[in-house]
Write a protein that binds this ligand. Structure first.
Ligand SMILES: NCc1[nH]cc(CCC(=O)O)c1CC(=O)O
Ligand SMILES: [Zn+2]
Ligand SMILES: [Zn+2]
Length: 385
């Protein structure tokens, strides 16, 4: 028997099981005894062969066997994407009856409070479990240097929280906490005269806003401002208010600066009027800095650690999983990532749904247990679980 015919004999021998021809991955030798004898024949052959290539008893080289079936393929993943892992970002404006498409964010709208319920109704029916709210004040004169309108009881976020709690008792409501949507300068805090962030004033203000959202009924508050020490400040204030026991604190712990937030800033009208966010959001190469921020926020009392953006920072997600091995890890697939996938799909580079799944699977593999995604409504249709 020649070397090649032995290999053929090994891999394509009829075992009685149904088998597709010409597909090397469906070599099926069902019978354990016959498998053993074939392998030992291969071993003895290989050991005497002059060209002793590596089929020599190489049981460990046989990987295809583990994923020849779709179900077995799914078993290779540590975590399967489920509907309950997804949080859907919503932009709520102060124009109660408005529903306006956001041009740079395909299929996403800015909605007034009155448009929210009818839009969410079918999604909740399909299994939507959680949303994250971003307020968008459009009325002229609403913004000022202190972001005063962020916790206006008549503002879009607080009214939406109350309405959603009432209407959808099983929907988990996350409120993004930041000032950039509400400040005249568009930065994520209160500024000194020289234009830099006044950390102490910012943290005081942001923790007040977080408490207001929590009091309104948010299940979770998520500060995205990146001021130092805001996790501790919010936690302490929630304790002081006596509501700490049922308000989750999700930290945007590793939030990187860069060009992937453009469509969001269009949607939220939160582009800084001068400068950029590089003195508070992390530098893209700063893996160590991200680890320090994650460690810090865990020690300050974060209940969930978030990494953002997602696909460009899979190593950081993996670090977060390691550093926060006892915490849920969230990843935010941000507006720019979403827009890129749409643009590439439109250009015929790949199929939209296939890439939505592939990118999400990568994020889960890196260690995320929660994904904030603009694809969430699609996933309600795409996932049957
Ligand atoms: N603090 C603002 C905020 N909260 C969430 C996002 C980004 C979300 C996205 O791009 O989808 C941003 C943008 C920014 O920091 O400029
Ligand atoms: Zn901000
Ligand atoms: Zn924010």
């Amino acid at each position: 028997m020649s070397f090649s015919s032995l290999v053929q004999d090994l891999t394509l021998r009829d075992s009685g099981a149904p088998r597709r021809r010409g597909d090397a991955s469906v070599s099926t030798i069902n019978d354990a005894a016959s498998r053993t004898s074939h392998i030992s024949r291969a071993m003895s052959y290989a050991s005497t062969a002059a060209t002793s290539v590596s089929i020599s008893g190489d049981i460990s080289s046989q990987l295809h066997a583990g994923y020849s079936h779709p179900l077995a393929r799914s078993w290779q993943a540590e975590r399967q994407l489920t509907k309950s892992m997804l949080i859907y970002p919503l932009f709520v404006s102060d124009q109660d009856d408005e529903e306006v498409l956001i041009p740079s964010l395909p299929g996403q709208y800015r909605r007034g409070v009155n448009k929210l319920i009818p839009y969410l109704e079918p999604l909740v029916q399909k299994g939507l479990r959680s949303v994250i709210l971003f307020g968008v004040p459009l009325r002229p004169g609403t913004k000022d240097a202190l972001g005063t309108s962020a916790d206006d009881p008549q503002g879009p976020v607080i009214r939406s929280i109350q309405l959603l709690r009432q209407r959808f008792p099983h929907l988990y409501i996350v409120a993004d906490v930041c000032l950039c949507e509400y400040t005249s300068h568009g930065h994520c805090g209160i500024l000194r005269d020289d234009g830099s962030l006044n950390n102490q004033l910012s943290v005081d203000r942001i923790s007040d806003v977080a408490v207001s959202y929590a009091r309104a009924g948010a299940h979770c508050v998520a500060p995205s401002d990146m001021n130092d020490g805001r996790i501790r400040a919010i936690k302490l204030k929630l304790i002081e208010e006596g509501i700490v026991h049922n308000v989750t604190l999700m930290s945007y712990a590793a939030k990187f600066s860069g060009c992937l937030y453009g469509p969001f800033r269009d949607a939220a009208g939160s582009t800084p009027s001068f400068g950029d966010r590089r003195c508070y959001q992390l530098p893209p190469g700063g893996r160590g800095l991200a680890r320090r921020a994650i460690i810090r926020d865990i020690s300050e009392g974060a209940d969930i650690i978030m990494v953002k953006p997602a696909s460009q920072y899979l190593d950081v997600i993996s670090d977060a999983k390691e550093l926060g091995k006892d915490l849920p890890i969230a990843a935010y697939q941000v507006s720019g990532e979403f827009a890129m996938i749409h643009a590439a799909a439109k250009a015929g580079v790949f199929d939209l749904k296939a890439m939505a799944f592939e990118s999400t699977e990568g994020i889960l593999r890196a260690g995320a247990t929660i994904i904030i995604s603009y694809f969430t409504p699609e996933f309600m249709d795409w996932l049957s679980n």
